[in-house]
Design a protein around this ligand. Structure first.
Ligand SMILES: Nc1ncnc2c1ncn2[C@@H]1O[C@H](COP(=O)(O)OP(=O)(O)O)[C@@H](O)[C@H]1O
Ligand SMILES: O=C(OP(=O)(O)O)[C@H](O)COP(=O)(O)O
Length: 401
C-alpha cells in the first residue's frame, strides 16, 4: 500500500474539528532550560501549522534526550512547548504527563485550530520497550487520548529509525499519514542511494558510537572514503593499539573495530592528531598530540589541525558528501576547530552535500557556517544513516502496512 501523505489527510474529508496526533522530532540541544538551536522546532512547524490552519485539534508528541523511562525535569519539554508557541504565535499548553489525566484534559479541551503537547514520551518506559505488547499498550493509550475519528501524522524524521511506541506502534492504532518533513527528507536522501557521483565521501563523528559502528560496516562497500572523527574515532584508535586515555570509548566494540579496520583498508581515515584536554570543560588545559599519544587523565575532545587538513582534502575532492556527527565537542570553543574546518571544506567544495543530525545541523548554524554551502541540511542523523545503509525505517514502513 502506498504511503498516505498530509495532503491526502487534508483532502480526505478534511481535518476541521478532528483531533490529529502528530509525532515530531523536537529533540533540541539545551543549555539548562535554554534551547541553543531551534532548528528542529522550525522544521516541525509547517506540518503543525498546516493542520492548525485547517482547523484540526493538534496534539504533538515528542521525546527529548534519553531519560530513563521515568519523569525527569531535566528532560521536560517545557522549553520546547514555549518555543513552539512563540513560533506559532499562540500558546501551546503542555500536559505534565504523557497519557495521564493532564494529557486527557489538555487534549479534550482543545478548540479547533489549537495545538497542545504532552510531556516527553520517553518518561513512559513503554515507549522504548523491546516488548511489543508493552509498546502497543502505550500506543493504544496515545490513540485513545485523541479518540475515534482522529488521525496520526508521522513527521519526526529524526526518529523514524526507532521502533518505538509513539513512532511505530501508534501508526497501527490510527489512520496514519506521512508528514511533509518525512517525505521531503526521504526525497533528498533517495538521490544518495541511487548512483551518487564519485568520489563519494561519508564523514562520521559525534557521540552515539555503538549506533553508528553498525552503519559503518554497511556503508563501507558503497563509499569511496569514510572519515571517522568525533567521539567515534577512539574505539578505532584503541583497536589499533593506540593510547586513548580517558576519551570516549566503547570497550566491547574494540574487536568489531579491528575487523572493520581490516575490511576497510585505506578507505577508512582516522585522525592523526587530536586536541586533548585534562577535563571535559571549556576551561580545561589542552594540548594537541599525535592520535595515539593521549595520556591517562587526558581525553580527546577534537581532531587536530593536521587531521582537519587531511579530512578537508578528502571532502574537498569528493563529488558527493554525507556528513553526520561533529568532529569534536563543538559546543565548547576550544574543541570546535575540527567541526568548523571540516564543515567549511564541505561548504567550499562543489560536491552534492548533505549534513544530517540534530547536533551536526546545530553546529553548522552555531559556528556561523553558510547554510547555503550545503545541498541539504537534514534533521536526522541516525535516521539518514540507516536509510543510506539500505535499512527499512520502521516509522516509515509502518505507514504503508
Ligand atoms: N571527542 C568527543 N568526545 C565526546 N563527545 C564528543 C566528541 N566529539 C563530539 N562529541 C559530541 O557528540 C555530540 C553529537 O553527537 P551525535 O548525537 O551522534 O550527533 P548528531 O546529533 O549530529 O547525530 C555533540 O554533543 C558533541 O559534543
Ligand atoms: O537526535 C536524534 O538523532 P540524531 O542524533 O541521530 O540526529 C533523534 O532525536 C533520535 O534520538 P535518539 O538517538 O535518542 O533515538
Amino acid at each position: 500500500m502506498a504511503v498516505k501523505s498530509l495532503d491526502d489527510l487534508v483532502a480526505d474529508g478534511g481535518v476541521a474539528g478532528r483531533h490529529v496526533l502528530v509525532r515530531s522530532d523536537l529533540n533540541v540541544p539545551l543549555d539548562g532550560a535554554t534551547i541553543t538551536d531551534d532548528g528542529r522546532v522550525r522544521a516541525a512547524l509547517p506540518t503543525i501549522r498546516r493542520l492548525a490552519e485547517a482547523g484540526a485539534r493538534v496534539v504533538v508528541t515528542a521525546h527529548l534526550g534519553r531519560p530513563k523511562g521515568a519523569p525527569d525535569d531535566t528532560y521536560s519539554l517545557r522549553p520546547v512547548a514555549a518555543r513552539l508557541g512563540e513560533l506559532l504565535g499562540s500558546d501551546v499548553p503542555l500536559a505534565g504527563d504523557v497519557v495521564g489525566r493532564e494529557a486527557r484534559d489538555v487534549t479534550a479541551s482543545l478548540a479547533d485550530g489549537q495545538v497542545a503537547m504532552v510531556e516527553n514520551v520517553r518518561f513512559d518506559p513503554r515507549e522504548t520497550s523491546k516488548d511489543a505488547d508493552e509498546r502497543a499498550a502505550l500506543a493504544r493509550e496515545l490513540a485513545s487520548l485523541v479518540g475515534s475519528g482522529a488521525a496520526f501524522v508521522s513527521d519526526g524524521f529524526g526518529v523514524v529509525h526507532r521502533k518505538q511506541a509513539s513512532v511505530y506502534d501508534v501508526a497501527r492504532e490510527l489512520p496514519a499519514y506521512a508528514g511533509g518533513l518525512v517525505l521531503s527528507e526521504l526525497e533528498v536522501l533517495r538521490t544518495l542511494t541511487g548512483d551518487p557521483q564519485r568520489p563519494y565521501a561519508v564523514v562520521l563523528g559525534g557521540s552515539k558510537v555503538s549506533d553508528k559502528l553498525a552503519v559503518i560496516e554497511a556503508l563501507l562497500p558503497k563509499v569511496d572514503r569514510l572519515l571517522v572523527g568525533g567521539g567515534m574515532c577512539f574505539t578505532f584508535l584503541a583497536a589499533q593499539g593506540q593510547g586513548v586515555g580517558g576519551s570516549l570509548l566503547e570497550a566491547d566494540m574494540v574487536d568489531t573495530c579491528k575487523r572493520l579496520l581490516a575490511e576497510a583498508g585505506d578507505k577508512l581515515m582516522l585522525p592523526v592528531d587530536v586536541v586533548a584536554a585534562d577535563a571535559f570543560s571549556a576551561d580545561a588545559a589542552t594540548r594537541t598530540v599525535a592520535a595515539g599519544e593521549i595520556e591517562d587523565g587526558w581525553m580527546g575532545l577534537d581532531i587536530g589541525p593536521e587531521s582537519v587538513r587531511r579530512f578537508a582534502d578528502a571532502v574537498g575532492s569528493a563529488k558527493t558528501v554525507f556528513w553526520n556527527g561533529p568532529m569534536g565537542v563543538f559546543e565548547m570553543a576550544p574543541f570546535a576547530g575540527g567541526t568548523r574546518g571540516v564543515a567549511q571544506a564541505v561548504a567550499d567544495g562543489d560536491a552534492f552535500s548533505v549534513v544530517g543530525g540534530g547536533d551536526s545541523a546545530a553546529a553548522v548554524r552555531q559556528l556561523g557556517l553558510p547554510e547555503d554551502g550545503f545541498s541539504h541540511i537534514s534533521t536526522g542523523g541516525g535516521a539518514s544513516l540507516e536509510y543510506l545503509e539500505g535499512k527499512d525505517l520502521p516509522g516509515v514502513a509502518v505507514l504503508s502496512e
